[in-house]
Ligand binder design. Sequence first.
Ligand SMILES: NC(=O)c1ccc[n+]([C@@H]2O[C@H](COP(=O)([O-])OP(=O)(O)OC[C@H]3O[C@@H](n4cnc5c(N)ncnc54)[C@H](OP(=O)(O)O)[C@@H]3O)[C@@H](O)[C@H]2O)c1
Length: 326
Amino acid sequence: MKILVIGYGSIGKRHIKNLLSIPKMEVIVLTKQKSSDAILKKCSVHNILKDCILEKPSAAIIANNSSEHIEVALKLAKEGINLFIEKPLSNNLKNIGELSKTVKSKKLLTMIGCNLRFHPCIKKIKQLIDKKTIGKILSVQVESSSYLPDWHPNESYSKSYAARKDLGGGVILTCIHEIDYLYWFFGMPYSIMSQSGKFSTLKIDVEDLSLSIIKFPKNLLAELHLDYFQRPDIRKCKIIGTKGTIMWDSKSNQVKLYNSGKNHWTIKLAVKNYDRNDMYVDEIKHFLNCIKQRKQTINPLYEGIETLRIALSIKKSSKTGRLTKV
Ligand SMILES: NC(=O)c1ccc[n+]([C@@H]2O[C@H](COP(=O)([O-])OP(=O)(O)OC[C@H]3O[C@@H](n4cnc5c(N)ncnc54)[C@H](OP(=O)(O)O)[C@@H]3O)[C@@H](O)[C@H]2O)c1
């Protein structure tokens, strides 16, 4: 199989390494960078998109800056190339309708790279919710906190897409994983009340904190905390239902279930020494498998559009100071 990877940044490199570990995989790379390295030497490298398309890839992984995803996705879709688009789908809704129409008319398979859907603990929580283990869910608290300069200590964080408005950064869009899994668990929310902004002294021109209250169907309220300035980093999820509570955090990597009737906690899943790369390997294998079998992926374009709409509603509510209908 031939796969095209757009962009040779941090996530592009990860995808290429993972692809090259699959037997009989041919990787084409589009990058503006001139210098080559050991990984690129194993790929067919171009700096013009047209030359990549001439190689007739079965699919493309779009891993450039968030604000540039749609432009290249649209060109590839028109050529009938299946699409894996890194999160977030984009930083606005421009040309999304056209991309959607093209994907439909060309019958393309699409997937958004929200790899937390492949994290064993997030998958376990989804199973517990779907089995109604804790009865009717009443409220949810979700947190994703980290310190932006720690992400890539050898690079200048201020220059990264995550820190820059023009490249589609900011904590809301960049840390959209939590919004994606809330949508995956509970569906499309009705409304959002949010406050977001820049509160730290980080040298960035985007929001570094976002606090939201999100109203989901079935009268379920979720609290979402996203920040760029917390050390140590942590991801957490607590879901409270009429019959119990589910809890997970990224430090313990345990999914715990509290049974209100029996008044005790049990550990439903404990993942030791988790290798984060496993999520990325699993998501790419899932995508390639769906292409081979011509079946819908776990997170197709329309779900990426919904998740982007939620993120943009969080931004809108923060700007207007009002409850925003999604
Ligand atoms: N799913 C996830 O967990 C995850 C994780 C990280 C990022 N992402 C998403 O993936 C996208 C890209 O993120 P990223 O972290 O890979 O960003 P990045 O490392 O800053 O790379 C972004 C772009 O900058 C250029 N670039 C990178 N390193 C360069 C260098 N040394 N010299 C010159 N140009 C360089 C590359 O373009 P050229 O190759 O054309 O030069 C690359 O496509 C974003 O949309 C982000 O949200 C997803």
